[in-house]
Write a protein that binds this ligand. Structure first.
Ligand code: FAD
Ligand code: NAD
Length: 580
């Protein structure tokens, strides 16, 4: 049955405030490339014209025989322009480049759009700026909270454009810093979309720009081409009434009622921003609960602090199957909802705007990885080994080609991308290295924040069932923490999940003030193979929020060692980000 949910809050005034839409397609073909190094471009045009049929050296011969002895696919000559060529200059490519130079490798980056990639320009950085500003507004509007500390404020107002400018200026500053940090250490930045000619040869250029482009050779190549928003079929983005995070970050208007499709990281963070700025939010989530990736208990608490008290409702177990854009001031956005299980259309909602936050897909098309004997999976991710080596169609690593960051889909986070970049360089240097993804922390920067490392309690119990061990769970509350109470921020908890027999930390979850900063004690412990017993002896300054974790670890009870005299049981499985 199809019913119609009418949007009472649909206002012509709000729509009229919208700025002109900007097409997502423009971004990919924009010739205005920040970070383009003219000298680098010149060098590479030369390299293109001077290159002969084998592999011509351009200003660099590696003196090490081991680096000259390979190259069966492309280069019979014994030298390359670079030791390492990195395709894509997001945080992954940047992290890899810094480590490569530190390891003495002559390095270049080829970037097709903008230095800094998603994180700096359309992701972490501008979103955190919006969250910082809107969080401050929320706090200053919370009269009860302030009054409890003896503070009174007059009416609080904000300037939408000012908030938007804070985000765009921050992105631009950090982009500049990133570019300077590469230039300062001698990384050549070439401009253009890159594609493989063979394992050691990369061609690059921009559509419609004969003056831009060239070809470089490198002993090793790292793919770091990142991702773009995933838009489900049936949804048409106009960048104005129906948009992705790429557009939402510009904060061109503040819709009165916004439907957010997807209650993952992007959905949650934008619900925090929009509700602080006065919007009403409706989540549309395919799974039968919102925040499906969270530990159940943390999700329940998040519901109590981040959802229930706010102007947010949700439709779960439904897919947004068709979204029709609105016409500003004339007609609302229409969203067709289909039951996830029965596949029947159950409702059509009308809202002012719709943010599509349904995940991201790798940006790997156009790379011609077939030229190196590899292919992407059906979603477009580049398959890799634990050492970030690209896997060929034959199931074996393709010599000298690595893939890091969102493009390989292992863990789509900025710091994971850059850690994978460092790991790839270690492997290139001949020091086998495997990054332990279980030690990579994650955080959702809502107010309050949610952070975690490792497994949910549910996942840990499943693992325990399979591997026959007992799970221990300890919890502490922010309500018992002096610093949190001084801030009147007692809503929050930390939870550790561990093996009772060994003390191995399986997962730690925190919801509460500065949870994103607090998680690192736990994630670093996992990375360095410390058990929960080891952490009990760490000392924390008083009064600090870090004592929430101190309390947590001190509460954990691990089985006594089975053998007389044994000091502690080692973790069941090596968890370190350590040599393979
Ligand atoms: C709204 C939002 C908020 C986010 N917030 C956070 C957060 O708070 N914390 C966090 O950890 N993560 C966050 N993320 C995720 C994070 O941005 C990504 O995980 C991260 O940017 C991935 O880095 P990357 O280097 O793999 O790819 P990208 O940053 O996507 O960079 C890839 C680069 O490669 C270039 N490129 C692509 N193809 C080619 C080619 N053929 N030739 C040359 N260049 C090419 C692209 O132009 C791009 O610049 C957020 C994402 C979004 C969308
Ligand atoms: N703080 C952070 O670290 C941060 C912030 C933002 C984004 N990110 C990264 O960006 C990536 C993308 O984030 P995201 O929130 O878009 O993805 P996500 O995968 O976290 O969440 C997407 C949600 O959309 C739902 N969904 C998918 N299709 C749907 C449909 N047709 N109808 C209804 N629901 C649907 C899914 O069930 C899921 O819950 C993530 O991988 C994340 O790692 C990280």
């Amino acid at each position: 049955m199809v019913s119609m949910t009418t949007n009472a809050g649909f206002r012509a005034q709000a729509r009229a405030a919208m700025a002109a839409p900007r097409s997502a397609a423009v971004r990919r073909s924009s010739p205005s490339l920040v970070g383009a190094s003219e000298s680098a471009l010149t060098t590479n045009r030369k390299s293109l014209y001077n290159r002969n049929a084998t592999c011509r050296m351009i200003g660099h011969v590696d003196p090490r025989p081991e680096l000259r002895s390979h190259g069966p696919v492309s280069c019979r000559a014994a030298s390359y322009d670079y030791d390492v060529c990195i395709i894509g200059c997001g945080v992954g490519g940047h992290g890899a480049a810094l480590h490569a130079v530190q390891q003495g490798l002559k390095t270049c980056i080829i970037e097709g759009h903008d230095i800094g990639g998603t994180c700096v320009n359309r992701g972490c950085v501008p979103s955190k700026a919006l969250l910082a500003a809107s969080g401050r507004i929320r706090e200053m509007q919370n009269e009860m909270h302030l009054k409890a500390m003896g503070i009174q404020v007059g009416s609080v107002s904000f300037d939408r454009q000012g908030v938007a400018d804070h985000a765009s200026q921050l992105a631009s500053n950090i982009q500049g810093n990133l570019k300077n940090s590469l230039v300062a250490i001698g990384v050549d930045i070439h401009v253009g979309m890159a594609k493989f000619v063979d394992n050691h040869t990369i061609a690059y250029g921009l559509p419609g720009r004969v003056d831009v482009g060239g070809q470089v050779t490198a002993k090793d190549v790292i793919i770091a081409t990142g991702s773009v928003p995933f838009v489900p079929p049936g949804i048409k983005i106009d960048g104005k009434t129906v948009f992705t995070s790429d557009h939402a970050l510009k904060l061109e208007w503040i819709p009165e009622w916004v439907a957010i499709i997807g209650s993952g990281y992007i959905g949650l963070e934008f619900s925090d921003v929009y509700t602080a700025l006065g919007s009403e939010v409706t989540f549309i989530e395919a799974v039968d609960k919102i925040m499906p990736g969270f530990d159940n208990e943390i999700a329940r608490l998040a519901q109590r602090t981040l959802i229930t008290p706010r102007n947010i409702d949700s439709r779960t177990g439904v897919l947004a199957t068709n979204v029709k854009q609105g016409v500003p001031g004339v007609k609302p956005v229409e969203i067709e909802l289909t039951d996830f299980n029965t596949k029947e259309v159950v409702d059509v909602m009308e809202v002012d705007a719709c943010l599509v936050a349904t995940g991201r897909v790798p940006f790997t098309q156009g790379l011609s990885i077939d030229k190196i004997g590899a292919e992407t999976d059906r979603r477009g991710f580049v398959p890799v080994t634990d050492k970030m080596e690209v896997l060929g169609k034959d199931g074996k690593p393709v010599p000298h080609v690595y893939c890091i960051g969102d493009a390989n889909g292992k863990y789509m986070l900025a710091h994971a991308a850059s850690a994978q970049g460092i790991s790839a360089i270690e492997n290139i240097k001949g020091r086998p290295h495997v990054l332990n993804h279980n030690s990579v922390p994650a955080a959702c920067f809502t107010h309050p924040e949610v952070s975690f490392v490792g497994l949910t309690e549910e996942q840990a119990r499943e693992k325990a069932e399979e591997e026959k061990f007992e799970v221990g769970v300890v919890k502490t509350s922010f309500k018992a923490n002096s610093k949190a109470l001084a801030e009147l921020e007692g809503d929050g908890m930390a939870k550790a999940i561990f093996r009772k027999d060994t003390g191995e930390i399986l997962g730690v979850w925190i919801i509460g003030l500065h949870a994103a900063d607090l998680i690192h004690e736990a994630s670093n412990a996992v990375a360095t193979n410390q058990t929960i017993q080891d952490l009990k002896f760490n000392v924390h300054a008083h009064p600090t929020l870090s004592e929430v974790l101190d309390e947590l670890f001190k509460h954990a009870e691990v089985d006594p060692p089975k053998q007389e005299g044994a000091k502690k049981s080692p973790p069941a499985k090596s968890a370190a980000a350590a040599p393979a």
